[in-house]
Write a protein of this length. Sequence first.
Length: 177
Amino acid sequence: MPQSIALPAQDEAALVARARRGDREAFDELMRSHQRAIYLLALRYVRDEDEAADLCQRAFVRALQSLPRFRGEAAFRTWLFRIAIRLAVDAVRDRGRTERLEGEPALPPSEPELPGDLARLRAAIERLPPRQRAVVELRTYEAMSFRDVARALGTTVVAAKVNYHYAVRRLRKEMIP
């Protein structure tokens, strides 16, 4: 998976405007700038590299198809994460939770083994309810503000903060014996 290329907000907005006018090169550049982050998000949910790559591609296809309806109320990145999270959560739900329990590895093959407490924390995050998990992952892995998390999840800032609070409280209970 190629490295993502961070774009300044102005450049991203200009690329979005060009892509909305049908400039495929502009959309390709947007895709390159977010591809790794979207892939890693999907991988954290589905725990399978091929399925994560497929979800990543589906997220970009859906974004391209929906680009005319993108209102720009949130950053393109936030909007794209919203699409990817919905696809990932749907994939996990469709697959069913039992498949994971019947033999999927605890970590994706490309990720090194984590030290004990970090592995326990990762497993605890995976057990959080979907909304709480998404808030924690977007805040920690993607360093999103609560405002951007709320926009990505289609909720309010207050709801994002409440979900984060309850997630952290739950994680503390699991991590501190």
